[in-house]
Design a protein around this ligand. Structure first.
Ligand SMILES: [Zn+2]
Ligand SMILES: [Zn+2]
Length: 395
């Protein structure tokens, strides 16, 4: 068994009320809420954080989001560093038997966002008990990460723009990595992705008279094959580029009807934005060709768009130095992670970075029905965030 670097021995600064913060995570886990509907979660956190006397709370950021701001003990002048956690859970039925199993039917924290929120609460506790001298630390609790809508909505809220952020950081727990290991990567950390929904319209008729209708079935199946073919030849792209057909539907469940409607949905994904743009136009070309060939009308919609998360070299160096200071294990990611993160909207706007924090090699993967964020990561993540803030605000 390998020994992992673990808090609270990590740092001279620790979380005095860690037990309460762990209880907070269990409460959040028990009461998960879907993207954009995180009213209770936001309310619970705002109440909980009162005990740490933040200098400001800015609420209604992009809907249910809010920011708790801690000023330096001597002065709020100086750099402003933001740390982000996500408020939302997923539409997944929890399969764990826990003392704090989700009470919300069909909704659960399977991305570990409950742990990310608790980590920021831990950071709030550290900032309250050991305030930094100068500058400001902003703890952003962001809604709707899973649908890609939250970060964008927060960025476009005037109250958020007034905060005048300079540096942004976020972590994501990563099952499959050693517990407490820090995964970093300059440049692209997480892939860009977008959902494509295509509707094909023909003409309904009686199933006994198919010649009087236009059935989009053949067009639909040809479109699925054409979509899959687009990414078979990876040579045409700069880096890994994926298209996954995620849903398809033809007509209604009725033996008497020759259908006149079909729908195909796919997720397009790439490490490079240019590749994604190219794949988007190739996909639309395929839709046009198939529609023309089978005499169908079509429309399409792009949904849940996530930019690639691009890290600044400076921010990655800052994370590495903080991790070294805390004697944590650091791993360089050779490839970006394949999933997408709307934190990319923040790193597009401000200097910053997203990094991974290992949640153990024997863990179920993210979004699996039996995943649960390990509590022992809370002080680890909080200590790392605290050290990052300290190194920027009080160098
Ligand atoms: Zn997720
Ligand atoms: Zn997540």
């Amino acid at each position: 068994m390998r020994m992992h670097p673990m808090s609270p021995t990590l740092s001279s600064v620790s979380i005095p009320d860690l037990e309460e913060i762990i209880a907070l995570r269990h409460h959040l886990h028990r009461h998960p809420e879907l993207s954009g509907l995180e009213y209770e979660t936001s309310h619970t956190l705002q109440n909980f954080l009162q005990r740490y006397q933040p200098d400001e709370i800015v609420s209604a950021l992009g809907g249910t989001g809010f920011a708790a701001i801690f000023h330096g003990k001597e002065s709020s002048a100086g750099p402003t560093v933001l740390f982000r956690a996500e408020l939302d859970a997923l539409p997944i039925v929890e399969q764990n038997e826990l003392p704090y199993t989700s009470l919300q039917k069909g909704v659960s924290h399977k991305c570990g966002h409950d742990g990310h929120m608790a980590t920021l609460a831990g950071l709030a506790s550290m900032l309250h008990h050991h305030p930094l001298a100068k500058g400001r630390v902003v703890l952003l609790f962001q809604p709707a990460e899973e649908t890609g809508a939250g970060a964008w909505a927060v960025l476009h809220t005037p109250a958020f723009q007034k905060i005048a952020i300079e540096h942004v950081f976020a972590l994501h727990n990563m099952p499959g990595l050693l517990m407490g290991q820090v995964l970093v990567r300059p440049e692209i950390f997480a892939a860009a992705s977008v959902g494509l929904q295509v509707k094909l319209y023909g003409k309904e008729s009686h199933a006994a008279e198919p010649e009087n209708g236009v059935n989009p079935g053949e067009g639909m199946s040809e479109l699925i094959q054409a979509f899959n073919a687009l990414v078979r030849d990876q040579q045409r792209f700069q880096d890994l580029t994926l298209l996954t057909v995620v849903h398809a539907r033809l007509g209604e469940v009725a033996f008497g009807t020759n259908p006149g409607f079909a729908m195909v949905m796919a997720t397009l994904r790439a490490f490079e934005q240019e590749d994604l743009n190219q794949l988007k136009s190739l996909a639309l070309e395929a839709v046009k060709l198939v529609s023309l060939k089978y005499g169908l009308r079509y429309d399409f919609e792009w949904l849940e768009e996530f930019p690639a998360t691009r890290n600044s070299a400076e921010a990655v160096e800052c994370i590495e130095q903080a991790a070294q200071y805390l004697r944590m294990d650091i791993k360089q990611a050779a490839q970006p992670v394949r999933w997408s993160e709307d934190f990319g909207h923040l790193t597009n706007r401000y200097s910053g970075a997203l990094f991974g924090l290992g949640s153990g090699t024997n863990q179920p993967q993210l979004h699996h029905a039996d995943y649960d964020f390990p509590d022992e990561l809370i002080p680890v993540g909080a200590a790392l965030f605290y050290r990052i803030a300290e190194s920027i605000l009080n160098p």
